[in-house]
Design a binder for this molecule. Structure first.
Ligand code: CU
Length: 126
């Protein structure tokens, strides 16, 4: 009988410890390829990620790389992809819906035009 009680306590201990580490979550850093053109895209992408759980989101207009730091307990990488696609930007995993993409300003239509050689100030007043 005594062994049984010890076993139960051991199980409880393991359960409490694993639950605690899950509750705290983990800070995860990820690099995600996000398609876009200009400074407006950058603002749109980063604003979409202005969410609880996202600690840092920085998109580079030239490399199309999004650096994101998030708490894995509050948000998943999949949700981050969906948030970006939700504002009209394709990622390497999730594509934006055509109707959302079609509403983007002309200069942001990255599927049809490549503005990588253009300076941002040339199309900031559209
Ligand atoms: Cu843009």
């Amino acid at each position: 009988m005594k062994t049984n009680i010890i076993t139960i306590f051991a199980f409880l201990f393991v359960a409490v410890v694993s639950h605690t580490s899950f509750a705290q979550g983990k800070t995860v850093k990820a690099n995600i390829k996000v398609f876009g053109n200009c400074g407006m895209c950058k603002e749109r992408i980063e604003t979409a990620l202005d969410q609880g759980g996202v600690k840092l989101a920085s998109w580079d207009t030239k490399t199309k790389n999004l650096e994101v730091v998030y708490n894995s307990k509050k948000i998943t990488e999949q949700q981050i992809h969906e948030l970006i696609a939700g504002v009209g930007h394709d990622t390497d995993k999730v594509k934006a819906k055509n109707e959302v993409y079609a509403k983007l300003p002309f200069c942001c239509l990255y599927r049809d035009h490549d503005h990588s050689g253009m300076k941002d100030d040339k199309h900031s007043n559209h």
